[in-house]
Ligand binder design. Sequence first.
Ligand SMILES: NC(=O)c1ccc[n+]([C@@H]2O[C@H](COP(=O)([O-])OP(=O)(O)OC[C@H]3O[C@@H](n4cnc5c(N)ncnc54)[C@H](OP(=O)(O)O)[C@@H]3O)[C@@H](O)[C@H]2O)c1
Length: 270
Amino acid sequence: MDHYAVLGQPVAHSRSPRIHSLFAAQSGAQLSYEAIEVAQDQLAEKLAALHAAGYAGFNLTLPHKTAAVALCESRSERAERAGAVNTLIRTATGWRGDNTDGAGLVRDLRHNLGAAIAGKRVLVLGSGGATRGILAPLLAEQPAELVVSGRNPWKPEELALAFKAVGPIRPATHYALKGDRYDLVINATSIGHQGGVPRLPPELFAPGALAYDLNYGKAAEPFLQWAAAQGAAKRADGLGMLVEQAAESFLLWRGLRPETAAVLAELRQP
Ligand SMILES: NC(=O)c1ccc[n+]([C@@H]2O[C@H](COP(=O)([O-])OP(=O)(O)OC[C@H]3O[C@@H](n4cnc5c(N)ncnc54)[C@H](OP(=O)(O)O)[C@@H]3O)[C@@H](O)[C@H]2O)c1
């Protein structure tokens, strides 16, 4: 039996063990997947111990995605670009790092929601770790324009510079969005966990626009309610992204892409 886990702190709330047990049941794979609480300063030690114990792979969640980059003996190009890893794959002597967040988002948008990105005006709110992971996969879809907006100007500016070789990103403060219209607005801020919404100008949504929140559950409600009040034609939370990034991890570990639609439907059951 192969052993996998999600490492984070806090991690007890994670839906990853449920998702991966549903993937395993689908394929008849014999595997275990746990949630393991690991403090920030214990990650290096824990990864070495879990390697010695024979673990085959991990997902990483807050606060480990950035710190783990330096602990990997190799990294995929997309993980290098993002400066963050959410998936570790066992090697003979350590761990290879990858980042499946962006692929998960794009797959949820295109396959589950039928939302085109090519030729569309796309706005990403927030400039933290999740934004770093989704920018290159979004650029690869060739939007008409990609804007990254923050409450302060410097982090979006840093990101525009860091991704310059991948494609054009226009940095903007939330205030500077006044008068703009977007086809796709992606909330990649964490403010929903405090019940809030970024301070944004009105009328950001073009006709037919999709408002997408990376958050799900209670944390997605404030932004999606605000978007509905602002006239966003379509709205979606990040549960589909969570399932799709997990499917990408499963593929990396086991060479098999699980069927996600049934798993997503099951997770959405009340
Ligand atoms: N569905 C999924 O699979 C998935 C995957 C990854 C992440 N997520 C979710 O996505 C969210 C972002 O994750 P992350 O890793 O990027 O977190 P992070 O690195 O902590 O970044 C959080 C971002 O939110 C911004 N922010 C916080 N409070 C704000 C406020 N009051 N007004 C405007 N902006 C504010 C921060 O702005 P500053 O830069 O100015 O500090 C920062 O850019 C989290 O809630 C996470 O749970 C979901």
